[in-house]
Write a protein that binds this ligand. Sequence first.
Ligand SMILES: Nc1ncnc2c1ncn2[C@@H]1O[C@H](COP(=O)(O)OP(=O)(O)OP(=O)(O)O)[C@@H](O)[C@H]1O
Ligand SMILES: [Mg+2]
Length: 377
Amino acid sequence: MVQPKKSTNPAESASRVAVRNFLGPIRDLWDDPTVSEILINGPHDIFVERKGKLHKTESRFPDEDALLAAANNIAQSVGRRITTDEPRLDARLPDGSRVAVVIPPCARNGTTVSIRKFTQSKISFREYVQMGAITADGAQFLDVCMYLGKNILVSGGTGSGKTTLLGLLCARIPRGQRVIVIEDSTELKIEYDHVVFFETKQANEQGHGEVSIRDLLKSSLRLRPDRIIVGEVRSGEALELIQAMNTGHKGCMGTVHANSPEDAIVRLEALASGADAKLSERALRYQVSAAIDLIVQISRYHDGSRRVASLSEVRGQNPDGSYDVVPIFQMSRLVRKPDGSMEGKLEPMGELPSFFDEIVDNGLPFPESKFRKPTAA
Ligand SMILES: Nc1ncnc2c1ncn2[C@@H]1O[C@H](COP(=O)(O)OP(=O)(O)OP(=O)(O)O)[C@@H](O)[C@H]1O
Ligand SMILES: [Mg+2]
């Protein structure tokens, strides 16, 4: 995982200590390296995620007031407030952890908090393969696509590992390019020699001064980017991203919340159409299908694992106007093993990508045989 290194900035470290102090009854969970997420549903209902699975804990806050005070302190530590008028908070803590809070009256269980802890471990592509999140061939195919500057959409459900994979892909950008990264709140730390990071800005208390992903994308187009990376595409920025992809910016990437590659591309279209009502459906579909080369679908499986479920090429449109999304690699049928884990493998589907000639012409070591469907045993 390409993630922020532990901060050596004294202000950040102090802030981390301050946040830890607010957590009181859940400090042990915060300190426990095996806990990746902490989910608080009111003062007496606290769950954690370990190895992708949810567990209820015995921890509890004395009462709603104590929990609300802790949530308020966390908000203040990042310069924000939670009040009945503004009952929601979505913020990144100084150490890179993410916190989302909703308080009553919107939260019926009482103050509801989710903390996605920043994990210190930095996973490389190789480790990602070793964890079983993708096969070596799947990873190598992604590497080939990165080298060739394919436009890639990473799709998956909430917390499925989209940002993690996007970070890993960014680490494979060939040297010598200018990369612009645009995010809502900084999560991606990319070790690259020429990278510009942009982060959105919320409106001030008077409701002025908001800078959205779409605004930043428009600015970045004037800043001579080679590749634009959008942390998460969830609004009108989809249109600018598609247009950037279609106007010579090769190798752009973004993530989108969707449960299948088909849903992902339809969602991208819907988001883009919300940005410009005047664009005809036909024109937009054409642009979307021309823009996206590859969709990487990630899924969370019942055993808690997060794995790449398919790598699909977008080839254009079918005669009926739907998108022609062709799986090149896809997860085989999953079989539950006695220990509860799910066994399955990303397998080639017997489809050559339409850009196979580019793989050959660039002398990339990914032979045609790797796309051949495995023969049944
Ligand atoms: N392949 C993997 N195996 C195990 N854990 C993983 C894997 N990929 C990501 N994770 C962990 O899962 C959590 C969620 O990952 P990530 O933030 O990348 O997901 P996301 O899909 O971007 O989430 P969101 O929908 O909130 O944006 C993190 O704690 C991350 O370290
Ligand atoms: Mg994410």
